[in-house]
Write a protein that binds this ligand. Structure first.
Ligand SMILES: [Fe+2]
Ligand SMILES: [Fe+2]
Length: 192
């Protein structure tokens, strides 16, 4: 399927605002892929499709998880929006014919992050945060550093997310903590 065909398939399943966001993430992911030596086509596909399951709501989320064999736990049951990554990865496979494990992982983990993220996963994660439609203040800071130090930009966004979730009193997903810890660990090893 070409990118244009994917866009045509994606559009009806998303709110207009979300579709525009998806195209923005795709474009930002391409720029970052160019900078960080990642396959631009893979970055484009992962960026475009990352939120393909974002507008599936309510009981349908858990029904799909059952059908797809996606495990849920008390955290994702309390905050079902966390499941749009794993569901999106499966839809990318079945509805869009994507078989590349790196693209599927980038979609699967784009919301929480995870330990040992690949550069492609990092690109989609941070493109989601900094695409041009995002206007919250922390984004301007992340945009300044992302082309020099993508890990720093990701750390800033993960830490912001953890603080935000804690302030709200909701649950922090362990993958978010693992993503942060692993990037700090990697950076320490690189600095040695
Ligand atoms: Fe998302
Ligand atoms: Fe997104």
């Amino acid at each position: 399927m070409t990118i244009e065909e994917m866009k045509d398939r994606l559009r009806p399943g998303l709110k207009h605002k979300r579709f525009v966001h998806s195209v923005n993430v795709m474009e930002t992911a391409i720029l970052l892929a160019r900078k960080y030596g990642v396959d631009e086509e893979k970055a484009a596909v992962a960026g475009l499709l990352h939120d393909c399951a974002r507008d599936i709501k309510g009981e349908q989320v858990f029904k799909l998880c059952d059908e797809m064999g996606i495990e849920t736990d008390y955290i994702t049951r309390a905050q079902p929006e966390l499941l749009h990554g794993p569901i999106g990865a499966r839809l990318a496979e079945t509805e869009y014919g994507i078989s590349d494990a790196g693209i599927l992982d980038a979609i699967r983990y784009h919301t929480t992050g995870c330990e040992r993220m690949s550069m492609l996963s990092k690109i989609v994660f941070i493109a989601d945060y900094i695409e041009p439609g995002r206007t919250f203040p922390a984004v301007f800071e992340a945009r300044k550093v992302v082309y020099n130090d993508i890990d720093k930009a990701i750390l800033m966004s993960l830490e912001k997310t953890v603080r935000f979730v804690m302030d709200k009193g909701t649950l922090v997903h362990p993958n978010t903590i693992n993503a942060r810890n692993y990037i700090i660990y990697e950076r320490r090893n690189k600095a040695k």
